[in-house]
Design a protein around this ligand. Structure first.
Ligand SMILES: NC(=O)c1ccc[n+]([C@@H]2O[C@H](COP(=O)([O-])OP(=O)(O)OC[C@H]3O[C@@H](n4cnc5c(N)ncnc54)[C@H](OP(=O)(O)O)[C@@H]3O)[C@@H](O)[C@H]2O)c1
Length: 345
């Protein structure tokens, strides 16, 4: 094997899409020269990832425990990764794939830090992880890929028919108080709406914040003396049968996602429901290559089905983006010197 070109880090590497991404990284010759950093909630319990890694003993990798819903765990994992890069034990991060995700389907859970699990696991943990890992990114060609979702945009046609965003739910965040209500899970609570839709809206809010991070972090990196060549972009993976539905009722979990959707995916492989393998190739294409149809993958771009896709109007609102960024600094207790991003506050 020739010299290792860079490190690729995948969060949620034991999950449905994460396993498919890991499988392609481990088995496809074009990725043979990358070192894989696979983060899972508990490195001792990642059966799907372990079975994938066992297929190719020559694949250079580490498996790291990372609980995105625990800010101490994020800092601990980052210290470990940054130390390995600094000691040149592994090469700088070429690609950071923010893939882990969680949806409570209306059965909310809270983190030890007092946040709604949906907010913390999908957004705040990834935001902090990214800011702290910038130090270890390849400063010339490094790329960050956010796995997005249609749920971030109430006006996305794919949300029509769900009734999740009917009434007052067309926008997510207005001010500090509404950000706090999302972070603490008091907005769209199970008391307010006991159906799966309450969880879907909070998941949508967390995905909106992640997509705001694409726009806002790129803006801040573009002006940064060290990070101005690093890019961040997003991919909407579409609908897939994965562990994401594990907290749903049986109609959604079994009937829709295990029976109806897989049948639709077989007969309509290019339809809205797709295999994790297909979405994984699209994520990896955005992470490593230039787009075969549209040329380069520019900075601050977003894709669905390999085509450029508009993010929501709310995600582009400069005032709201600034508010969400500043609240994230506060909620993650980001301290001076923790990130190399010059404009971090
Ligand atoms: N499935 C879909 O239809 C769909 C649609 C649009 C977008 N997405 C997005 O696709 C991505 C992958 O999700 P998936 O569908 O593959 O679901 P999945 O099978 O449940 O995988 C998600 C992974 O995230 C990990 N995770 C959850 N909470 C975590 C935490 N607190 N700390 C660390 N890791 C955590 C899970 O770890 P454990 O295995 O330990 O639970 C799991 O490995 C997510 O970003 C999701 O939002 C999925």
């Amino acid at each position: 094997m020739s010299a290792v070109k860079g490190t690729v880090l995948v969060t949620g590497a034991n999950g449905g899409l994460g396993s498919a991404i890991s499988d392609q990284l481990v088995s496809q010759p074009k990725f043979a020269n990358y070192h894989g950093l696979y983060t899972v909630r508990d490195a001792k319990s990642a059966p799907s990832l372990m079975s994938i890694l066992s297929k190719n003993p020559s694949h250079s990798h580490n498996v790291i425990s990372l609980d995105l819903a625990n800010l101490d765990s994020v800092r601990k994992a980052v210290d470990d990764i940054n130390a390995r890069v600094e000691a040149k034990a592994i090469p700088p991060i070429q690609t950071l794939i923010l893939n882990a995700g969680f949806q409570d389907f209306g059965k909310p859970m809270w983190t030890d830090d007092g946040f709604d699990m949906t907010f913390s696991a999908n957004y705040l943990g990834h935001w902090l992880l990214t800011l702290l890992l910038l130090k270890s990114m390849n400063k010339d060609t490094g790329r960050i890929v956010v796995v997005g979702s249609q749920s971030h945009d109430p006006y996305d046609k794919r949300n029509e028919g769900t009734q999740a965003f009917d009434g007052d739910y067309k926008t997510f965040v207005h001010d500090e108080a509404s950000f706090e209500a999302i972070a603490k899970g008091t907005w769209s609570s199970a008391q307010e709406d006991p159906s799966w839709r309450s969880g879907y809206r909070r998941y949508g809010a967390a995905k909106l914040f992640s997509i705001m991070m694409i726009h806002e972090l790129q803006r801040r990196m573009d002006r940064d003396p060290v990070l101005n060549k690093v890019s961040i972009l997003g991919v909407d993976p579409g609908t897939m049968t994965t562990g994401l539905q594990r907290h749903a009722n049986w109609i959604i979990r079994v009937l829709m996602f295990k029976i109806i959707y897989p049948i639709i995916a077989i007969f309509m492989p290019n339809g809205l429901v797709r295999s994790t393998a297909k979405s994984a190739s699209q994520v990896l294409e955005a992470a490593f290559e230039s787009n075969p149809t549209y040329g380069e993958f520019p900075k601050d771009s977003y894709y669905f089905d390999t085509k450029p896709f508009e993010t929501s109007t709310e995600s582009k609102d400069l005032r709201k983006r600034d508010l969400v960024w500043k609240e994230s600094v506060k909620y993650a207790h980001l301290e001076p010197g923790e990130t190399i991003l010059a404009d971090w506050q």
